[in-house]
Design a protein around this ligand. Structure first.
Ligand code: IPM
Ligand code: MN
Length: 349
């Protein structure tokens, strides 16, 4: 019996989570596993009403769950940064979800903005460090508001933090068992402290994985290869900031935010699964948002819980629906409503 925490959140979050839960139910019936869900109302909307963000008590409570399923948090009426740090990053950090796993997989060539790229050309996974780097929030102002002002933002990288991320990436590449190639994406030519550490640890750990081919690409070049030769990649490991940036580009080459899902993983604790697209306020309540990203996130959650067959069935159903039914993956252009797309996936489970 899996105890699942569900955070529908803001904007279109509740709409896509509803479809994800529908698919979860169908998968549970077919693959004979049981689960319970408990809803948590962490959101921009709750913050506006009560001023409440995620606190230590909430974290303590969430630690009792097998996994967390998140829609999206973010309200246009809240100043940027508050919900991000007070809810999303708070959950990632406090639950020590030190990996952000973001698969980039093209399901249908029609949805790819790149010319002549086929599903077999775009199939890689980004392992983004999820607990350190520039996201640590370290820095300071000097002489704020004056002409002499200096703003410093520090990238914080610990040996332990870098090593656990790189180890996870090597293990993941081995287990994925595709091209067995792991690319370190960094900036060794300019960021000579952080990437010196990353590079040293990468090649040191690599010695324990002789079956894995290693490669290195600067982050700027990586964005170029994503467009020019995405087929070169199998698994990419990178820091928090670079991972954030390259996975938005990754989402676009796999067909857009409507299909991109990710997992915030604590391999020893509670992980959280989410569509990576955000709360899309302008589409809220219109039944037009694409739920496939949230459904894929539910599939990733199943895989992570140990229900690999169910996870695979969800992904296969999404592939069928995306390639045989939808006219587009974009909100309002799918040829079906949000709820209809959810139903189509259920029919294919
Ligand atoms: C993401 C988002 C978040 C991030 C924001 C909302 C804090 O862009 O999940 O990629 O920067 O990690
Ligand atoms: Mn992002």
């Amino acid at each position: 019996m899996y105890k699942l925490a569900v955070i529908p959140g803001d904007g279109t979050g509740p709409e896509v989570v509803r479809e994800g839960l529908k698919v979860l139910k169908a998968a549970a019936q077919k693959f004979k596993f049981e689960y319970t869900t408990k809803e948590f109302d962490f959101s921009g909307a709750r913050f506006l009403k009560s001023g409440k963000l995620v606190d230590a008590q909430d974290i303590k409570e969430l630690k009792k769950y097998a996994a967390i399923y998140l829609g999206a948090v973010g309200d246009p009426n809240v100043k940027p940064g508050i919900i991000e740090t007070g809810v999303l990053l708070k959950l990632r950090f406090a639950l020590d979800q030190y990996i952000n796993l973001r698969p980039v997989k093209l399901y249908n060539s029609n949805f790819c903005p790149l010319k002549d790229k086929k599903p077999e050309d775009i199939d890689f996974v980004v392992v983004r460090e999820n607990s350190e780097g520039l996201y640590k929030g370290m820095g300071e102002f000097k002489d704020k508001g004056t002409k002499e002002e200096v703003a410093i933002q520090t990238s914080y990288n610990t040996r332990k933090g870098v090593e656990r991320c790189i180890r996870y990436a090597f293990e993941y590449t081995r287990k994925r068992d595709k091209r067995k190639k792991l690319t370190l994406c960094g900036k060794t030519n300019v960021l000579t402290f952080a990437w010196d550490l990353w590079e040293r640890v990468f090649y040191e750990v690599a010695k324990e994985y002789p079956d894995i081919t290693t490669d290195y690409a600067h982050v700027d070049a990586t964005t170029m290869w994503f467009v020019k030769n995405p087929e070169w990649f199998d698994v990419i490991v990178t820091d928090n900031m670079f991972g954030d940036i390259i996975t938005d580009l990754g989402a676009m080459i796999q067909g857009g935010m409507g299909i991109a899902a990710g997992g915030n993983i604590n391999p020893e604790g509670v992980s959280m699964f989410e569509p990576i697209g955000g709360s899309a306020p302008k589409y809220t309540g219109k039944n037009v948002i694409n739920p496939l990203a949230a459904i894929c996130a539910a599939g990733m959650m199943l895989e992570n819980l140990g229900e690999a067959k169910a996870g695979k069935a969800v992904e296969d159903a999404v592939i069928k629906v995306a390639s045989q039914k939808l006219t587009s993956l974009a909100a309002g252009k799918m040829g079906y409503s949000t709820t209809e797309v959810g139903d189509l996936v259920v029919e294919n489970i």
